[in-house]
Design a binder for this molecule. Sequence first.
Ligand code: GRF
Length: 197
Amino acid sequence: MLQYIAMKRIAIFASGAGSNAQKIIQYFTHHSSISVVLIVCNKPGAGVTGIAQQYEIPVLIIEKEKFFSGDHYLKELHHHIIDFLVLAGFLWKIPVPIIEAFPQKILNIHPALLPKYGGKGMYGNNVHEAVIKAGETRTGISIHVVDEIYDNGKTIFSATCDVLPEDTTETLAARIHFLEHKYYPEVIKEYITNYAG
Ligand code: GRF
């Protein structure tokens, strides 16, 4: 008997270079049941918009006021029949109506081992700078479910790496990006595949 498998549709929220978005798009390009169908970005001209173009994925450019008005962009997400949101370098806090519309269906990646070095203002090189300054010898990545509080939802995966005495924020960022690219797509796949709603 033929069985119909409904595609799970991902929107990636990203506003930076988009290297994680690219790895995720590539990973799911020929996947049988998961597909990246939309890039949501708050910075026109960000690297991720070029990547979306390259893979012919539509980009939704969002505006701050409308985004924080609550449910303005929900209509757009429903229009694209989105099932899961994946944040990959997206810095705005997700408004409650969107979190409620996608219960346990929003994932984020953080470039440190939460709960340390998380929260507002802890992004990009600020995180690596703080880790180096604190004299940590290990750091890593955390993949977590998004709730109403910055970097607070349940961590579903983490991986670690060394912090070397000679590290700069750039060398540490490169080591972290390596881990992110290696693990984020697969963790997303596992999470969506096993999501029990
Ligand atoms: C990543 O380091 C991620 O952990 C953080 O933002 C960065 C995005 O990098 N949330 P890129 O745009 O995917 O290259």
